[in-house]
Design a protein around this ligand. Structure first.
Ligand SMILES: C[S@@+](CC[C@H](N)C(=O)[O-])C[C@H]1O[C@@H](n2cnc3c(N)ncnc32)[C@H](O)[C@@H]1O
Length: 304
């Protein structure tokens, strides 16, 4: 779109047009637009990155960006007081309670957060099912622990009708939800107390919210759940693995940003392979295999 048409379509005062020009220049630099010039004018096109921000794009990540930029989650990024006291996270210092308790107290925020997670899961589930089909072959049942409103589990239940799937999450997250597939149901509970018995467990974007001791507790509960029926299944972790020397600069920047975000909001972290191995072996598992699935996330199959 030519810059002159873009500016005339915006509800702004004529004195503010240079702001739009400068903004478009920055957004072009960061890859959100491509710029084309001829003798008469400058025009801009969408790029793959900005198409993902269109509300009607099938893989729109707008809800995820809205959560990251929500004032409730941005305000804790003022660290000056927190650095001088012993509060666990800047988030708890700001809001007085831990992240998931805070989100659970406010239905609007609960909805915003669950929607954000669902938008990410739409993209990741497509990649997982396309690239890692073999991971689910031969499994009889799967519990998606912390599965949110079920976007990932629905995609798995649809692609693998032989697999009985449960979305397991906090009671306020799954309240009133129904599967829509014969092989999918929702169960409310607390993963630190007990996880329903199953052949396999999915932990997608869960462990980076928790510190090492809490992760070992979740993994031990997962191990109990997959060994309770006598058969030994597996745990499937989807999360970031920090070091990957082949990565482009943007992936590394995003991982470093998420690592800081996990510390500020949850006292969690993004982990490298050595740190993942330590958690896995500390929880009593014997073996694991890592498969990269997307620029940012990897799939880790963990075996008792
Ligand atoms: C970062 S979200 C990931 C959601 C989903 N797996 C995905 O990737 O879209 C973490 C999820 O863990 C859930 N959760 C937090 N504490 C939990 C607990 N103690 N027991 C069960 N689920 C919990 C949250 O409600 C949230 O849905």
């Amino acid at each position: 779109m030519p810059l002159s048409i873009l500016i005339s379509s915006l509800p702004i005062h004529p004195s503010k047009t240079t702001f739009i020009y400068r903004l478009m220049r920055i957004l072009t630099h960061f890859g959100f637009f491509s710029q084309h010039k001829n003798e008469l004018e400058v025009s801009y096109d969408l790029t793959d990155a900005s198409r993902l921000l269109l509300k009607d794009h099938p893989f729109s990540v707008t809800p995820l960006i809205q959560v990251i930029l929500d004032p409730n989650f941005v305000r804790p990024h003022q660290y000056s007081t927190w650095l001088k006291n012993d509060d666990i996270t800047p988030f708890e210092m700001e809001h007085g309670v831990a992240f998931y308790d805070y989100v659970g107290q406010d239905p609007k925020l609960n909805h915003l957060f669950n929607d954000a997670m669902a938008s990410d899961a739409r993209l990741v589930s497509t990649m997982v099912i396309e690239k890692c089909e073999g991971v689910f072959k031969g499994l009889e049942s799967l519990v998606d622990v912390g599965g949110g409103t079920g976007t990932m589990a629905k995609a798995i239940a649809k692609s693998f009708p032989q697999l009985d799937c449960i979305v397991f999450d906090l009671p306020h997250v799954v309240a009133g939800l129904q599967g829509g597939y014969d092989n999918l149901k929702y169960v409310g509970g607390n993963m630190f107390e007990a996880i329903p018995p199953t052949n396999s467990i999915l932990l997608e974007w869960i462990l980076h919210n928790w510190n090492d001791e809490e992760c070992v507790q979740i993994l031990k509960k997962s191990k109990e759940a997959i060994t309770r029926e006598g058969k030994e299944g597996k745990v499937i972790i989807i999360d970031m693995v920090m070091e990957n020397l082949k990565e482009d600069n943007e992936s590394i920047e995003t991982k470093l940003f998420f690592d800081l975000q996990m510390m500020v909001l949850f006292a969690g972290k993004e982990r490298n392979e050595k740190e993942w191995a330590k958690l896995i072996f500390s929880a009593g598992f014997n073996n694991y295999k890592i498969t990269p699935i997307l620029g940012l996330k990897s799939l880790i199959e963990v075996y008792p």
